[in-house]
Ligand binder design. Sequence first.
Ligand code: HEC
Ligand code: HEC
Length: 209
Amino acid sequence: MRSVLTTLATGLALSFALTSAPVFASENAAHGDAEAGKAKSAACTACHMADGNSVVPSFPKIAGQQPGYIAKQLADFKSGARADDTMKGMVAALSEQDMLDLDAYYSSQTQSPGEISQDLGESALAGETIYRAGLAEFSVTACMACHGPDGKGLQPNFPRLSGQHTSYIEKQLLAFKDGSRSDSMMNGIAFPLSAGQIKNLSVYISGLY
Ligand code: HEC
Ligand code: HEC
């Protein structure tokens, strides 16, 4: 009986912690505090906007991203595992707690709609086929297996792609392909893709909901 109750209590505590992580911030340093993150985000607004919905294509939208992904990217920029001259300077002074707080803030924001491409024809259609079915002849797994059928991402650390700027998605896929951005999963997936297939995927994904 005791173990059943303990299991039940742990389960309840866990689901509560997962749905309301910021509440636990002061008691548990492993969680971010969205309010604290908002206060720390002033330096980010010039490029990512106050709510994380950047309007400039070279600056990615970070609003509504999967919890945990932003903190991982900030840590990667700081360690140099992900190279970007602009972001390297932005994260230099951030502590681990700052990263968790910024993560909690931006992931709690609502993402603005993506670009509806002028090219909704063949390009987006070809991108959709790869997104949903992969490329069997090159052992490329369907993107939706990890990023979700609607592109909103999956826990843990499979980022949201839908609604993102087309040119940013394209740049990242090219970087995974040539290895300048490294990730154990994405390098193998992007490597066999042609520049044309990457373009098609980017057009499709930014308009996906
Ligand atoms: C001067 C402009 C600028 C400022 C200010 C800035 N960023 Fe960025 N940020 C960028 C650019 C450019 C990229 C894309 C880098 C690339 O192409 O890989 C980026 C990428 C990111 C990413 C990765 C997004 C993804 O989808 O992988 C995160 C997270 C991020 N920034 C968070 C922040 C935070 C938090 C701050 C404030 C502490 C900040 N940025 C300030 C320009 C900026
Ligand atoms: C096996 C799981 C998996 C599959 C399948 C997969 N991805 Fe990913 N993807 C990831 C992970 C994990 C990351 C985050 C990498 C990191 O932490 O830097 C990622 C990151 C990305 C990013 C960068 C997002 C950003 O905000 O910077 C893009 C773009 C992307 N994937 C596109 C695709 C496309 C297109 C496909 C299909 C051709 C695909 N992925 C298939 C796991 C996967």
